[in-house]
Design a protein around this ligand. Structure first.
Ligand SMILES: [Zn+2]
Length: 925
């Protein structure tokens, strides 16, 4: 419930852009405001945004936005903007103590997943999604927003209880990132207020502030002229506006109110440098920042400038992607772009992650790309591609505006209220784009890049592991490198280079289209509207056409096998087979050619290989379905082996967790594992050799009769043994015995505790449903006990995994972070809660909360492609009835205190329980 780095993104959002050109007089009209949103301001200054939108139906999002964040804190209030946010859930006039959470859970709203809030430097935002088919819930929802706006009770006893929770949140967030952020903030924010107001605050203030201090903060800043309600959803707009007027008009601004100052990071026209090391920072990272003043977009001319910046961002992003893929071994990641940071600065950020503390090569490389863009701009080809991407996204948004999600609008209105971002709406925006875009030339973008990069405010920040402290360069060295590059006689990227890229470009993925096969059988399962097809090669396809999201198709395929099919000596080659395939391109195309060929078309297909399964997952827009199937086909029949690309990948991944984890898991076994390129490739081909092993699930915006001919051609033609392969040798994990395993890691006073129950299981929908209910009920109970009652942890995770494949097994896991001294106390509290369920059964009210939540969740999930894909995949993998989902309410009826008592007693026993604890390094004896 805290958002520290929200603004430090280099996305392509509109508000990220600054005006550039002195524009012609006639474009000084303000940017239009979307006519579909009702915006108003009450006499006390309270603002409202109200819009009807029915995606999803029967739901509304009510948000309270405040221009109140940590920059407004006095020195003795550091952390209290965020603390106030927490107190909004700990007692308000109409919902004392924890009644707010309690009431909403009964209405089917989850605490955390639905009901939430965040605090940042300049804002605090509270979010409340509610069902709208019950007028009482809407009315109470508005009351809750009003309670947050000015009626938090801030009771001293409740404050003391919450101190522990907020301190635990601070502990939860502590670590390498937090430590390095503290050291880079003074440079990035030029020692302004932003560098001294991390929203989480100081331990000193959080442990010892007096109730009057937080009350003063609340009184000074929680006032109608700094607040807005945003309401988007399936309701009557006139009624909503009336309710808002009736509820918020009497909010009062304080007498002699304090001025809400706007703080800006100063720009000193100089170069700054920081080289920071941290014991737990795993790689070497460097970034170059060029800082400009940000001013909001107001006029149509500003919009045009913003568009130019957006085109620049697309092109520079692509250039840095190429740099990353170029075959050098030092650069593991790199990107660049312009975006807005807190403190009204617009920043060009070029960064690089490397596997060596010697940064000369990588820093010079990213600065060279930057200078090249400034000096010579981009090519016509790059411009055309960026232009099409940008224009395509606007056309798409406009065509599908009736499917725009309510949350999308909420985020736009938050941006408008908090940061004065324009909200023209899809239609007006498309008109602006259609007017201005044809008038924008490559020259405009090149000029923008040149001006933005010629910047006197330049920071270089380096972060590395502590062990490299003496190896990192100092400021003088880095300045020398960058000056050398600036003065280099870089050759202008000439026509020749472009020609080469053009000639290498491939025109098609498949040399000869495979011929169509036939369907062996086809049946439709009514109710769930699923069609099952078996193709002549034995490959099975499951089709679920939907109209939930226009132009959205997702699919997954699985076959039984996976890396566990192979002996230990082959295992490392097996787990690296997929990276080999992914880095090697496909068919006749290397990775770069494949990327060029796909361009910016909305299509993504990737094969996978995990312990017991192999398969393909993908997604595409409807017009790209054939292309997606061609890619899938080629991953089966025409994978590519690129030894150069693969060697680069291996070198780069020396430090990545994948390789490390794999090596760790195999350590100490006989036959020390080696990776063989040829063996990895053969293993991949072996896993994808028999089409009859695979079941494909397609969900989304397609017609069955239109997809069938494509399936016959691209999947039906895959080679096959016509019967599934033998997969009898797979061994599932063994159940744990009762024990505690302790490991030591980390510098902070922080313990991570995992309690896991694991054992045999009978997989069926009734058991699964009981497990889900037990998980939700225990989650509610553990939040009350460990967070609210003991103030011992920021949050508790409870989750489960159920399988019938490769064997009938369950795992049930509880996980939390706490102070090392509290490990035993909180473990015992968690086990005590489980025991209570085993002996007395759970509280009836928590079962009611579970049912309310689950019913609300199912209403929306049954209209979600992602849900259906996951659901069908699991039903087919575990060979369970596809129609189960339709009976969820009947299954719910079988959840009773008695049934959960039995379930917990059967499965959560001490002889199949393991506790894993991670304690700080310093506690190792
Ligand atoms: Zn929080």
């Amino acid at each position: 419930m805290l958002n520290l780095k929200k603004a430090a993104q280099t996305g392509l959002l509109l508000y990220l852009f600054i005006p550039l050109f002195a524009s012609a007089q006639q474009f000084q009209n303000p940017i239009a405001v979307d006519a579909n949103v009702r915006i108003g301001r009450l006499p006390n200054g309270f603002t409202y945004y109200v819009r009807k939108n029915v995606e999803p139906a029967n739901r509304a999002y009510l948000y309270l936005a405040t221009k109140v964040g940590s920059v407004l804190e006095n020195d003795d209030q550091r952390g209290l903007a965020h603390f106030v946010e927490h107190m909004g859930f700990d007692g308000t006039t109409h919902y004392p103590k924890n009644e707010l959470i309690n009431y909403l859970q009964k209405a089917g709203v989850r605490f955390g997943a639905d009901l939430n809030a965040y605090t940042s430097f300049d804002e605090t935002v509270y979010q409340l999604p509610i069902p709208t088919d019950d007028p009482a819930i809407i009315k109470n929802g508005i009351q809750i927003i009003r309670d947050w706006a000015q009626e938090a009770l801030l009771d001293p006893a409740d404050i003391d209880k919450e101190r522990g929770v907020v301190l635990e949140e601070k502990r939860y967030r502590s670590g390498s990132n937090e430590r390095t952020n503290q050291k880079t903030a003074p440079v990035i924010f030029n020692n302004s207020r932003y560098s001294k107001r991390a929203p989480i605050g100081t331990e000193e203030v959080l442990t010892s502030f007096k109730p009057e201090t937080i009350k003063q903060f609340y009184h000074d800043w929680y006032r109608p002229d700094l607040e807005a309600i945003i309401a988007v959803g399936d309701f009557d707009v006139d009624e909503m506006v009336e309710m808002i007027k009736a509820k918020f008009s009497d909010l009062k601004n304080p007498e002699h109110e304090r001025e809400r100052a706007v703080y800006a990071v100063p720009l000193n026209e100089d170069h700054q440098f920081a080289a920071i090391t941290d014991k737990e920072h795993p790689t070497t990272y460097a970034e170059i920042l060029l800082k400009h003043r940000f001013t909001p977009l107001v006029t149509e001319a500003d919009y045009c400038d913003a568009m130019i910046q957006q085109l620049f961002n697309i092109m520079i992003y692509n250039r840095f992607q190429e740099l990353k893929n170029k075959g050098n071994t030092e650069i593991t990641n790199t990107r660049a772009g312009v975006g807005v940071y807190p403190g009204a600065i617009n920043v060009f950020n070029a960064n690089v992650t490397t596997n060596t503390p010697n940064l000369e090569y990588s820093l010079k490389a990213i600065w060279r790309e930057t200078i090249k863009a400034a000096k010579y701009g981009f090519t016509k080809d790059e411009f055309t591609r960026a232009y099409n991407t940008f224009y395509g996204s606007k056309i798409y948004a406009n065509q599908h505006r009736d499917k725009t999600k309510s949350l999308t609008y909420v985020n736009q209105y938050l941006g408008n209220f908090l940061r004065a971002e324009p909200i023209p709406g899809e239609w007006e925006e498309l008109k602006l784009v259609q007017y201005f875009l044809p008038r924008v030339s490559l020259l405009n973008v090149d000029q923008f890049g040149n001006q933005f990069i010629s910047c006197p405010n330049r920071d270089v920040i380096i972060i590395g592991p502590e062990k490299d402290k003496d190896k990192l360069p100092d400021m003088q060295t880095v300045e020398g490198w960058l000056n050398d590059v600036t003065n280099e006689n870089t050759p202008k990227p000439g026509a020749k280079e472009d020609d080469k890229a053009e000639s290498a470009k491939k025109e098609s993925l498949i040399a000869k289209r495979p011929s169509k096969s036939k369907i062996l059988s086809q049946k439709t399962i009514s109710g769930v509207n699923v069609t099952e097809i078996v193709l002549s090669n034995g490959l099975k396809v499951v089709l679920k056409p939907t109209d939930f999201t226009t132009n959205d198709i997702r699919f997954t395929a699985f076959g039984v096998g996976g890396t566990e099919t192979y002996s230990i000596s082959d295992r490392l080659s097996a787990v690296n087979a997929i990276p080999l395939i992914r880095t090697s391109g496909l068919g006749d195309m290397d990775a770069t050619q494949l990327k060029q060929y796909l361009g910016n078309r909305a299509v993504s297909v990737s094969p996978f290989l995990d312990r017991y399964l192999e398969g393909v997952s993908g997604s595409c827009a409807t017009p790209n379905l054939e292309l997606a199937l061609q890619l899938t086909n080629q991953y089966f029949v025409n994978p590519r082996k690129d030894s150069v690309a693969y060697a680069t990948y291996l070198e780069k991944s020396r430090l990545t967790s994948l390789l490390r984890l794999t090596q760790d898991s195999l350590r100490g076994r006989k036959n020390p594992a080696k990776i063989s390129l040829n063996r990895a490739f053969d293993i991949y081909k072996e896993r994808f050799a028999n089409a009859a092993d695979f079941t494909f699930v397609f969900v989304g915006d397609f017609e069955v009769k239109e997809i069938i001919p494509l399936l016959e051609r691209y999947l039906g033609s895959l080679p096959s043994a016509n019967a599934p392969s033998n997969s009898a040798n797979l061994k599932p994990p063994a159940p744990a015995s009762h024990r505690t395993r302790t490991t030591y890691s980390g510098l902070e006073q922080k313990a991570t505790v995992t309690l896991e129950f694991l054992g045999d299981y009978s997989y069926n929908s009734e058991n699964n449903n009981q497990f889900q209910a037990l998980t939700e009920v225990l989650k509610i109970r553990l939040t009350e006990r460990l967070r609210q009652q003991e103030s011992g942890t920021y949050g508790t995770n409870v989750y489960y995994n159920l399988y019938s494949f490769p064997a009938n097994r369950f795992t049930f896991t509880i996980n939390f972070i706490c102070a090392p001294d509290n490990v035993e106390k909180l473990t015992n509290a968690a086990l005590d809660e489980i025991n209570k369920i085993k002996t007395a059964g759970p509280d009836v009210v928590n079962i009611e909360k579970y049912k309310a939540t689950n019913n609300r969740l199912m209403e929306t999930q049954l209209k979600s492609n992602a849900f259906w894909l996951n659901y069908l995949y699991n039903q087919y993998l575990n060979k369970t009835d596809v129609s189960d989902v339709l009976n969820y309410q009947a299954a719910e009826d079988k959840v009773t205190p008695e049934s959960l008592k039995t379930l917990a007693s059967t499965f959560l026993t001490t002889d199949n329980y393991e506790r894993r604890i991670v304690l700080p390094e310093a506690m190792k004896k």
